[in-house]
Design a protein. Structure first.
Length: 285
C-alpha cells in the first residue's frame, strides 16, 4: 500500500508541474488565416508565381524590399488586436501591408502589379481562408474615381462597396458585389474582422483593371538593374533631404543622416521606406 501511495503521489506531482508549465507559457491566439484569391490579392498572386523566382516585376520589387518569407506567409497579413480600429492602427500608405513592416513590399505604389480585368456591375469574388472562423464581418471597398496607382493608398481613397456581417466562411467563400463605373487600374480592398473569440483582422489589396484611363506606364527599371551611371556633365537631379510624402524619380539624389543616395525606381516615399531601409528603392550614391 505504501508503494501504491508513493506512486500516486508522484503522478499527482508530475501532473501539477505540467499544469504550472502550461499556465506559464504565453497564450497563443486562435489562428484564422486567409486572403482574397479572386481577384487575387498582391500577396496571393506573388505567392502563386513562386517567391523564389516571380515573373512579375512588381512581385520581384516587393520581394527585394521585404524578402521572400512574407509570400510564404501569404495568409496572415493581419493585426491581432484590430477590433475594428483599422483606420486608427494602419497609417495611410500602408493599407496593403496592414502597417506591418514584414509586408512592406505590398505597399509599393506601382502601375505594374498583376491586375484582373473587370467591368462595372456584378462581380463574384472569392476569399480563400485556410482557417475559417464563424461570426466574421467582411468589408469590401474600391478606390475612388481618379485614383492613381502611382500614389500610396490612403484611407480617403477607398469607397465602400458592400459589407457582409455575421458570416460563416468556408475554405473558399464567394460573394457577389456591385462594382461602380471606373476606368484604368484600381484596387479592391477587403477587411475580414473576426467578431467572436478574437479581435484579429485581415487586410487585402487586389489590383483590377477596367481598361482605358490614363494611368502612367510602369517603371522601366527593375530592382535588379539600377539606372546606369550618369555623366559628370549631366548629373541626376538633386532632391535635397529625404522626406516622406515626396515623389521621387529614378536618378534623383537625396541625403539621409549625412549619407547620399540615388533613387533606383520611381515612387512616393512613406515612413519606413527611408533609404537605408529600402535597398530596392535607393542605392548609396
Amino acid at each position: 500500500m505504501k508503494v501504491r501511495h508513493v506512486f500516486a503521489l508522484s503522478v499527482a506531482v508530475v501532473v501539477a508541474a505540467a499544469v504550472v508549465v502550461v499556465a506559464l507559457l504565453p497564450a497563443r491566439p486562435a489562428q484564422a488565416h486567409g486572403t482574397m484569391s479572386d481577384p487575387p490579392s498582391r500577396v496571393y498572386v506573388c505567392k502563386q508565381q513562386n517567391p523564389e523566382n516571380p515573373s512579375n516585376a512588381a512581385c520581384r520589387a516587393a520581394i527585394e524590399l521585404g524578402g521572400t518569407q512574407p509570400f510564404y506567409d501569404w495568409n496572415e497579413v493581419s493585426l491581432l488586436g484590430a477590433g475594428g480600429r483599422h483606420r486608427e492602427l494602419i497609417p495611410d500608405g500602408k493599407l496593403c501591408s496592414a502597417g506591418r513592416d514584414k509586408y512592406r513590399g505590398l505597399d509599393l505604389a506601382r502601375t505594374d502589379w498583376p491586375a484582373k480585368r473587370i467591368s462595372p456591375g456584378p462581380l463574384t469574388i472569392t476569399y480563400h481562408a485556410t482557417a475559417p472562423h464563424a461570426n466574421s464581418n467582411f468589408e469590401f471597398y474600391i478606390t475612388r474615381a481618379g485614383w492613381s496607382p502611382a500614389q500610396p493608398l490612403r484611407w480617403s481613397d477607398l469607397v465602400p462597396i458592400q459589407t457582409f456581417n455575421n458570416q460563416n466562411p468556408t475554405t473558399f467563400t464567394n460573394w457577389t458585389i456591385t462594382i461602380p463605373p471606373r476606368t484604368g487600374r484600381h484596387i479592391v480592398y477587403s477587411i475580414w474582422q473576426r467578431v467572436v473569440g478574437s479581435e484579429e483582422a485581415f487586410y487585402t489589396c487586389s489590383d483590377v483593371d477596367f481598361g482605358g484611363g490614363s494611368n502612367p506606364p510602369p517603371p522601366t527599371s527593375t530592382t535588379t538593374n539600377p539606372p546606369p551611371p550618369t555623366s559628370p556633365t549631366n548629373p541626376p537631379p538633386s532632391s535635397g533631404t529625404w522626406a516622406a510624402g515626396t515623389s521621387y524619380q529614378a536618378g534623383a539624389r537625396v541625403t539621409y543622416n549625412g549619407q547620399s543616395y540615388q533613387c533606383r525606381q520611381p515612387h512616393t516615399a512613406i515612413p519606413g521606406w527611408e533609404p537605408p531601409n529600402a535597398p530596392a528603392l535607393w542605392q548609396p550614391a
